[in-house]
Design a protein around this ligand. Sequence first.
Ligand code: SF4
Length: 491
Amino acid sequence: MRLNEIPVEGIPYDQLKIEKIPCTPAYIERAPELVPARARTVVINPNRTCMPLGAMWAVLGVHGAIPFVQGAQGCTTYVRYTFCRVFKEPATIATASFHEDAAVFGGRRNLVEGLRNLVVRYWPKLIGVVTTCSSEIIGDDMVSFIKMARARLRQEIGAEKADRIPIVLVNTPSFAGSHVEGYDRASRAFVETLATVKDKPNGKVNIIPGLLYPGDIREIKHLLRHMGVEGIVLFDISDPLDAPLRPPQKFPYEPPGGTPVEQIRDMANSLATFALQPHSGQAGARYLERKYGVRAVVGPPPVGVQGTDEFLSTLSAITGKPIPETLLDERGRLVDSLADTFHHTMMKKVAIMGDPDVVLGVTRFVLEMGMEPVALAGGTASKTFEHSMGEILAEAGYTGNPLILNGGDLFEFEEYLKKQPRLDLIIGNSKAVDISRELQVPLVRVGFPIYDRFGYQKRPIVGYRGGEILLAEIVNSILGHQYPDDRTHQL
Ligand code: SF4
């Protein structure tokens, strides 16, 4: 007898779960040839979002910087709305406000006037110019346009003031990639435009966290602090996108924190660059290695025991600083939590979706818990995702042969899950909510975007302490689903 068939006195089981939408009994199996995304010309429920979003995320992580979007208002409004939903913070983003005339004659006038207005009204410390589908298709000559805009600014406010504001161009044609690639391109554009060699090394390490939340970045800084290592975090959104409310505030509003421009310049003089998420940040790390000989350490994401171990041991080897007792204690607590809960997680069937690095990092961690992945969907197609996933599965000795979707969409993911004989848990972002309801399987929210719950942007999943938080979330979701009426008090 299955657990949900055990009668409960008083209230029937079904009524305890009234918020769940049942699987439709009228489900008609789809034509198999239409299920794989590669066989279709239409994407159904995309597992990714727009490329400029990743670049705007990056720009907002620089102190006093404002993104300027060379495109239509919708390309900006959509991103601002998404950031507000996810971070619950205002995001100042300027737009060139393309209309029909710009689509026909190009966006030069919009950019020159727009940058001028942005400077005289907001006086940003840096402007990140982010292109969009329309400006890329029109073929706007952005390098020339930015020169013209700077010339106009020099005329109006003087050369000294105009030249004090760096302008970084990030080309993000959204039809060629996702938000993950937008962030990756931004990482390269910033170091290419700003990084400058000084006389001597600075003894620091560069950290490019990728699309991680403020809580994750704070956890990375915590690890650095305990290691006694000074770091430059590019793009540090931990304060700008999770700012304290401390009135009175100045107008125009400038969020606190973010990576100072001077620190980005100094990245050419560091010992190494850690791109914690290979798909979002590797381009910047590789550029610094090629151009300035700053060693690039690309991945793995520091999620779970092994992921964090590898990050700290490489950091220790590069800086010569030993891993302190405090962090070994944190590691021990995570291992202890794994031992305390393995009987709940062992052999549980799990499906994971989201950005490729989140899926890679979390898969490695759930394998440490003894869980059995059945489907792994990285929303941004990449050359390395399948190979990296194969290595992670082989390292754990896992022979379950899960479905690995490199790109693809959530329709394909969902159709596959519907045919599985058993599924205990889905791990992913808010885009998996409907799938979780349809399949009546709990969802552990991880990754970007999470817009249907509050507080996830403050909770880390990286590091040992982040691992404990994620483990607790997974275990409690399993318990909450299996014992919804809390009949068992001695688990
Ligand atoms: S996909 Fe293209 S058109 Fe749509 S919001 Fe993004 S940049 Fe704009």
